[in-house]
Design a protein around this ligand. Structure first.
Ligand code: FES
Length: 201
């Protein structure tokens, strides 16, 4: 690689959107207890990212923090994403975490070897939301079993949709009632309900 090309790559990480989000990152650290943790790591470069969330009783993310051991693009990716999820419900935040391409676009023209960084940020965020969803589902005390924590969809609602619309796939269930449109930790449960209802019918 020529010196000019290398210099261009160095400049790319230290200017533009990456530099802007890197230098303005304000959500570094650890969210208050109780917090839910998500992690991601790159086998390619060894970078690691840890996201912690503090979620209130209305499922709103009140605090979101990250700790990164990696390059400026990883820090900028996490900083930009984490800033966007503050004040959002876990379902809305999980939907943002599925949009790796949109995050990549906002970071500008990334080097090919840095294209993994936005994906790592999304993975760590979604993993933290899964941790929250699993815990909230376990602690749920409502009359109907809660299946999709992200969008508060009960087992009964999913059963009804499957029966009424003759659904056979998770994608169809998601389109019908939003269950599964967030962190996807409810996928195995939706799968079980699909199997059970369609076996009986
Ligand atoms: S619990 Fe997150 S998508 Fe269903």
């Amino acid at each position: 690689m020529g010196v000019e090309v290398w210099n261009h790559y160095l400049m790319q990480d230290s200017s533009g959107p990456v530099a802007e989000f890197f230098f303005s990152s304000k959500n570094v650290g650890e969210a208050s207890e109780p917090r839910f943790i998500g992690r991601s790591a790159s086998f390619q470069c060894g970078a690691t990212l840890r996201v912690s969330l503090h979620v209130d009783e209305s499922q709103i993310i009140r605090e979101a923090k990250f700790k990164a051991a990696g390059c400026s693009v990883l820090v900028a990716s996490a900083s930009l994403l984490i800033d966007q999820v503050l004040g959002k419900t876990t379902g809305e935040a999980a939907a943002l975490g599925q949009q790796t391409e949109a995050l990549t676009e906002r970071l500008g023209d990334l080097r090919p070897e840095r294209s993994e960084c936005p994906a790592l940020a999304c993975q760590a965020l979604v993993s933290a939301i899964r941790s929250y969803s699993d815990s909230a589902r376990d602690e749920w005390e409502g009359d109907e079993a809660l299946i999709c924590t992200c969008f508060c969809v009960s087992e009964r609602t999913i059963e009804r949709e499957i029966q009424a619309r003759e659904l056979t796939t998770i994608a169809e269930v998601t389109a019908a009632c939003r269950a599964g449109a967030g962190c996807r930790s409810c996928y195995p449960l939706i799968e079980d309900i699909l199997e059970e209802v369609n076996r009986e019918s």
